[in-house]
Design a protein around this ligand. Structure first.
Ligand SMILES: Cc1cc2nc3c(=O)[nH]c(=O)nc-3n(C[C@H](O)[C@H](O)[C@H](O)COP(=O)(O)OP(=O)(O)OC[C@H]3O[C@@H](n4cnc5c(N)ncnc54)[C@H](O)[C@@H]3O)c2cc1C
Length: 301
């Protein structure tokens, strides 16, 4: 019986692992190797790294730190969380683990434009494809930027990027734009171009990402997909925790979900979807877990 099972070994899960191990708790850290942070070519907004740091390097440093306090990571996909009294059974296919508390730090997965994986990864590495204007809008200052998206979400992404450059084009992914009057007006007032789709025939050309649209072939220094994401909250929702309409987990200010003993941190919770936020939530969750377990039995045995 572990004190806590942490599901997910991204910035949130690893931060929680460091805290909980340093509180002398017995933890299991389970991960299936698909952290969004591993996709970051070089983050420049994460404090403490002048010159930036690659996402995989940051994760490796965090895991090395966790290991120094005795944490070891298990590679597996968690398939179910089952509350049993005031404990939990965590299933990984046929394998089972038990814990007094569970921390879900499973993140989200961005929906990608329709292109093959090799091109996707190359474009990402070169900064021709980007997913996070909060993270790297600074890097596209005064560049040619395309946003693939439409509706309210597409409009908001384009308007956010308009704060970094005057040259922003919003391209509908599949066919014609679906923009209500207020979205269209906001874009017009800000001078954001609108182009209909469908988008296809992606290639790296002229140092940027080129693709076909209803208005012919276009090329941008950087393209941001605004196609939504899948929130990996299904394990918690199936166990009975409450989610928002979008599927993010609802937590209180101590990162408790609505299911007692089940905590959540990072992108899977509604928030800024940033490393700093994931780390902050994980520190809060870990300390609450420690304090709650401390009321059940003395921690140092
Ligand atoms: C291209 C790109 C650039 C970015 N740049 C920046 C940046 O510069 N600065 C910044 O602050 N943020 C940046 N971000 C955002 C940042 O990556 C996320 O906010 C951060 O990774 C969230 O951490 P997390 O721990 O919540 O989730 P994740 O890092 O996504 O980790 C979740 C973990 O859960 C595991 N998992 C999921 N489901 C299961 C399961 N069922 N069983 C077992 N394991 C599971 C996954 O394997 C994964 O390791 C960027 C994101 C992208 C995509």
């Amino acid at each position: 019986m572990h004190d806590c099972i942490i599901i997910g070994s991204g910035p949130a899960g690893l931060t929680a692992a460091i805290y909980l191990a340093r509180y002398h708790l017995d933890i299991a850290l389970i991960d299936n190797g698909s952290s969004r942070a591993a996709l970051i070519p070089c983050t420049h907004n994460h404090a403490g790294y002048p010159g930036g740091i690659n996402g995989r390097d940051l994760l490796e440093r965090m895991y090395t730190q966790a290991k120094s306090f005795g944490v070891s990571r298990q590679t597996a996909t968690v398939t179910a969380i089952e509350p049993v009294g005031d404990t939990f059974i965590v299933r990984m296919g046929d394998a089972v683990a038990e814990a007094r508390t569970v921390l879900l730090a499973t993140g989200v997965v961005n929906h990608r434009p329709k292109m093959d994986d090799a091109l996707h990864d190359r474009a990402l590495e070169q900064g021709a494809l980007r997913y996070c204007p909060v993270c790297d809008g600074y890097e596209v200052t005064d560049k040619r930027v395309g946003v693939i998206g439409t509706g309210d979400h597409g409009m908001r992404e384009a308007m956010f990027l308009r704060g970094f450059t005057q040259d922003v084009t919003l391209i509908a992914p599949d066919a014609e734009h679906m923009l209500d009057e207020s979205c269209a007006k906001a874009l017009d007032d800000a001078g954001v171009e609108r182009v209909d789709g469908p988008c296809g025939g992606y290639a790296i050309e002229d140092g940027g990402l080129a693709f076909d649209t209803a208005h012919g072939r276009m090329v941008f220094d950087s393209v941001y997909p605004a196609l939504g994401s899948t929130i990996r909250s299904e394990l918690a929702l199936a166990a009975g925790a409450r989610g928002t309409d979008e599927g993010c987990l609802v937590t209180d200010e101590h990162q408790r979900t609505t299911l007692p003993g089940l905590f959540a941190a990072g992108d899977v919770v509604k928030g800024l979807d940033q490393i700093s936020h994931a780390m902050g939530q994980a520190g809060v969750a870990a300390t609450t877990i420690r304090n709650e377990l401390n009321t059940r039995h003395p921690l140092r045995r």
